[in-house]
Write a protein that binds this ligand. Structure first.
Ligand SMILES: *[C@@H]1O[C@H](CO)[C@@H](O)[C@H](O)[C@H]1NC(C)=O
Ligand SMILES: *[C@@H]1O[C@H](CO)[C@@H](O)[C@H](O)[C@H]1NC(C)=O
Ligand SMILES: *[C@@H]1O[C@H](CO)[C@@H](O)[C@H](O)[C@H]1NC(C)=O
Ligand SMILES: *[C@@H]1O[C@H](CO)[C@@H](O)[C@H](O)[C@H]1NC(C)=O
Length: 145
């Protein structure tokens, strides 16, 4: 049992290095051509990490039955329209009352003009403890309406 918890906390610590898309929620309806906020969360981690950059991209889902879940769709080579590229500087927002959000940064981006199912991705590059490179891509589906 004990080793399970040690393992679980180790896994949690590793995951905590990664980012999360805090907003919009997956499958949100976004009006075509409108501005919306992408909140990128970087949960606190035990080890220091140095943020390098993120890329926020949006692409139409494949026009197949599986759509966004099509296993042949490789997001790393299909980030689509780049909505933001550049530094990532997550901060606590110190709002009152406290919203208990992890350090995060909001990016205002403009939705494409074509309705349908789209794939929002956040590619994240950072340097974690002991000089390791962390590269990850998070994604979610949005409905452009
Ligand atoms: C998006 O819009 C559709 C159609 O109006 C609605 O059924 C659905 O509940 C909405 N989804 C969300 C997450 O609000
Ligand atoms: C979206 O934001 C851009 C840049 O801030 C601004 O120029 C544009 O007018 C905004 N569009 C809408 C629909 O609010
Ligand atoms: C970022 O956006 C989210 C969702 O819109 C909001 O709750 C949060 O307060 C914003 N954070 C900052 C620092 O503005
Ligand atoms: C997209 O996100 C889902 C849910 O987090 C995940 O299961 C899937 O592997 C991701 N797809 C890619 C191509 O990263």
């Amino acid at each position: 049992m004990k080793s399970f918890f040690v393992l679980a906390s180790f896994v949690a610590a590793c995951f905590a290095q990664g980012i999360q898309i805090g907003a919009p929620l997956p499958n949100s309806n976004i009006t075509v051509g409108s501005n919306f906020t992408v909140e990128v969360d970087r949960p606190e981690s035990l080890t220091g990490s140095e943020e390098v950059a993120i890329i926020i991209g949006i692409n139409e889902c494949p026009q197949t039955a599986a759509g966004c879940n099509d296993p042949t769709f490789d997001i790393q080579n299909n980030i689509g329209i780049v909505l933001y590229e550049g530094p990532f500087n997550p901060q606590f927002d110190n709002s009152t009352p406290p919203d208990h959000k992890p350090p995060h940064q909001n990016f205002t981006v403009t939705a494409p003009g074509t309705s349908g199912e789209w794939y929002l991705s956040v590619s994240h590059l950072s340097i974690v403890a002991a000089g390791n490179v962390l590269f990850e891509i998070k994604n979610e589906t949005l409905n452009l309406v």
